[in-house]
Write a protein that binds this ligand. Structure first.
Ligand code: SF4
Ligand code: SF4
Length: 420
């Protein structure tokens, strides 16, 4: 089918109106290469990296085209072609994909160094000194996106086993994530608290690995498979009622280990049971029946409730089709009024590392997102993916918008704490 129903939902096509920048155009290119009519050239590789991988086209497609799978294979093809290779690119990919994210102890070490740099005031000093003007524009943009590192990481905030509050109904495992841990360990803490309040005993192993979505989305198929195997070993699916993730982007990848390891006879079956056990936190809470926070006397006294709006992370809504559950959860919190965000499922430009690799397009999408957020008059924007949280936090700060940007689970955890 070439119906084109996906075209109006594609942010890159919307920006350029060029067929090649649309899902249909990209699929035609992939097909031509698969049929041997085209070589995987640099133009092809650039096009695959201009795609956000937001999967809005997958939601729109009436024929059920699995764009997520096509996209991952196309990026792997682009990498194998070697057309994008350069010493600088090889160095960056080698450092991040093959070194930093393959062992989270390294990521935590680098994060601690960065934390020290921030705490000692060196970062503000460097920013104020104007020295950054001497560096290339790309590096300055990259520096501006440096996230604030948390004082304590998940292992220091969360016990290996957290008992359920009241009767134990379920035993679940908690995935702390890779970048999520140093940047949003507080959200992990909140997630564990919320799970415990909902009758779950929560196991949070100290030794965890990156889920590998970064690798799969950047053409490193073999590394993604290696990380999938490690995750299955660290979280044996038969030992838990559910394996919980609170990051939309990770969840979308974590639910497809079965396909990733389909040709591996040792892991194939366990990967399938793993897929069935992985649950996004909002999905799980809705499935088991969320215990709404009790009446909040303080919020009830409030004349005006706090206005909150919700931005759908692409891989939570398009990748996992989870849209109603986070909204349901936000509505359960007294003192909050949820207002609709126009174009809530339109990508904010974060898209993994897209805001680093394609800053112009990412900034255009961010401006559009912020304009919609402002139009709602909300004081809080809730979103359930670390990339989206950072992108909107950075955007709001740059534009001077007084906005609290927060994971929905944090709002729920705060409401439970007020119950006490
Ligand atoms: S994944 Fe997003 S950016 Fe890529 S083709 Fe689909 S809609 Fe367009
Ligand atoms: S990907 Fe789906 S929606 Fe887009 S042109 Fe093909 S069949 Fe139509």
């Amino acid at each position: 089918m070439h119906c084109g129903l996906c075209l109006p939902t594609c942010p890159t096509y919307d920006a350029t109106k060029v067929e090649r920048n649309s899902p249909r155009g990209r699929i035609s290119l992939m097909r031509a290469i698969a049929d041997g009519q085209l070589e995987a050239t640099k133009t092809f590789a650039d096009e695959m990296y201009f795609c956000l991988g937001c999967l809005a086209c997958q939601t729109a497609c009436p024929a059920g085209v699995n764009y997520a799978e096509l996209f991952e294979h196309a990026r792997a093809e682009a990498e194998q072609s070697g057309t994008l290779k350069s010493p600088k690119r090889n160095l960056i990919r080698g450092f991040t994909l093959r070194w930093l994210f393959m062992d989270l102890r390294r990521l935590r070490f680098v994060s601690r160094v960065l934390r020290l740099y921030q705490r000692l005031g060196l970062q503000s000093l460097v920013r104020r000194s104007g020295i950054l003007k001497l560096f290339p524009k790309r590096l300055r943009e990259f520096e501006a996106l440096t996230p604030e590192i948390q004082p304590r990481f998940s292992a220091e905030l969360i016990a290996p086993v957290t008992p359920a509050v009241g009767a134990k109904k379920f035993r679940v495992a908690m995935l702390a994530g890779c970048a999520q841990d140093p940047i949003f360990s507080n959200v992990n803490r909140d997630t564990v608290d919320v799970l415990a309040r909902n009758g779950c005993e929560v196991v949070t192993p100290r030794a965890q690995s990156c889920c590998g979505s970064l690798h799969a989305h950047n053409g490193e198929w073999a590394l993604a498979q290696e990380l999938a195997r490690r995750n299955i070993e660290q979280f044996p699916p038969s030992e838990f009622d559910a394996i919980i993730t609170n990051a939309g982007g990770c969840g979308s990848h974590l639910k497809h280990f079965g396909k990733l390891l389909a040709d591996d006879p040792t892991y194939r079956d366990r990967a399938k049971s793993w897929d069935a056990k992985v649950k996004d936190i909002h999905e799980w809470l809705t499935e088991i029946g969320l215990q709404a926070p009790a009446t909040d006397a303080k919020a009830d006294r409030q004349v005006c409730p706090t206005v909150v709006t919700y931005h759908d992370s692409c891989h939570l809504c398009h990748g996992q089709k989870i849209t109603a559950q986070p909204r349901q959860l936000l509505r359960a919190i007294r003192g909050l009024e949820l207002v609709d965000l126009p174009e809530s499922s339109w990508c904010c430009g974060s898209a993994g590392v897209y805001n680093l690799t394609q800053p112009e397009m990412a900034n255009e999408l961010l401006r559009r997102k912020l304009a919609h957020i402002k139009s709602t008059g909300a004081q809080i924007v809730a979103t359930a993916n670390p990339g989206c949280l950072l992108q909107i936090i950075n955007g709001a700060r740059a534009e001077g918008i007084p906005l609290r940007v927060v994971h929905p689970i944090t709002l729920l955890a705060e409401a439970y704490r007020q119950d006490k």
